[in-house]
Ligand binder design. Sequence first.
Ligand code: NOJ
Length: 544
Amino acid sequence: MMEIALLSDPDRHEWWQTAVVYQVYVRSFKDTTGNGVGDLQGIIDHMDYLSDTLGVDAIWITPFYPSPMADFGYDVSDYCDVHPLFGDLATFDRLVARAHDAGLKVLIDFVPNHSSDQHSWFIESRSSRANPRRDWYVWRDPKPDGSPPNNWLSVFGGSAWELDERTGQCYLHSFLKEQPDLNWQNPALKAAMLDNMRFWLDRGVDGFRLDAVLFMMKDPHERDNPLNRDGSLHMHKSLGAYESQVHVHDQGHADVHQVFRHMRALLNEYEPARMALAEMHVFDWERLASYYGEDLDGVNMPANFGLLKVPWTTSGVREAVDGLEAALPRGAWPNYVLGSHDDQRLATRLGEHGSRQAAVLLLTLRGSPTLYYGDELGMREADIPAHQQQDPWGMSEPGLSRDGCRTPMRWSPDATAGFTAAEDPWLPVGSDHATRNVESQLSDPESHLNLYRRLLSLRRNSAALRGGAYRPLDPVPPECFAFERVEGSERVLVAINYSTKPVSVDTAGITGRIAVSTERANEGIEITGALQLLPHEAVVVVEE
Ligand code: NOJ
């Protein structure tokens, strides 16, 4: 049996270690101006939903900065302002104040690897080879035959180098050509970016979701990437043509640790300390663990996409959880992701039963989960007709579009789901909005939303679930994954049946009641001997 990973005490936990983070894709949450695009006021107007109806602890707001929107805000043209589409700095300040009043922390998306090509820094940088900001981006001569400096690819398709005719050099862009990579080896650029972070910290944000952080540091010799001969996937999903190489030189260089240490030092200047949740797709647990820093002085939590990569089976899920637990340095705190604005909707990927099991797992594992807006309604991937497609990735590589998971939040069964007064939201609301919306699901005790609410409420009131130790339960039937969460004398048992048959689980002496189940009728049942699980059922038993 695995050792208890951490003897913990909620009073010793930082706020972000016990927080459930809810990701708000700002364009799609709530439009208050009638232009079909969500905005910051829309988040303010629904703060009660987040803090009370649902009961999460923190929100992560996707980019709302001035941007030409080539990549829907991940192409920032001013790091210290708000795009008029979403509001202004005063609206942002009101949002932070309102969130804090409601007891919610605010994380904002920060995009360190690249700016927009319309950022004044890039405009200056590209203006001449002698410009003082030339080195704030990565400029290289093409090869003598005119081909790109090396074989690096853009995630979104084609070469990662774009020739700029005016100065005859190529600039690097790991994503779109409208998103030139910033040069973090340049001390002045680094200081300017840390100042941009400070701008928001001084305005009261509680932390950052850091975008695409591993791209910040590349091989200093800029060697070609080797070809991906065995076809293994770089991430948890196929990235199309990008998979033709093994990405060992164009990202993930060890110099990134030093950047993380500087960012962490900045976050620690504030009281209480602010935090960073860093987007990275690393599935080697030892390596993922390394980003916490040797003395836990790296990022507070690397985002963990492990549960998106493994098959949704007992062994798949258990391997992802136990593998990470075993690799974590003492004191490090896990994060779990099951959905995001870059991934197929959870309920489409795992189906109705799987997505309900996922809710139980996500909200009971040791670690801070990130919930993606709308997953609490079981929102499905929407089929977006060609003429309504928006995502530039989908345009360059059909099949990789992320539009289907970015459709508007559904507040009511109306034609535009209570999202907007406009006739046409920026993306269609999807076909099942008449049932999968907040209003309808609140009045249905069996709904996805009410399952999430019960889980969140249980978690909020359980020291064991928020901060307790994790211990897998053995032996259990092979169709089942079960674990305990323990805090002092409080014990909670979680069991998930991944099969289509009923199973019986030996509870290792735990007696108590089913506090939450994916089968609501079973809630309240007393467990004295073995725990009987229905097909697909996931339960949380609180010891009595
Ligand atoms: C990761 C973000 O999550 C994604 O939406 C974006 O397109 C890329 N980074 C580039 O910023």
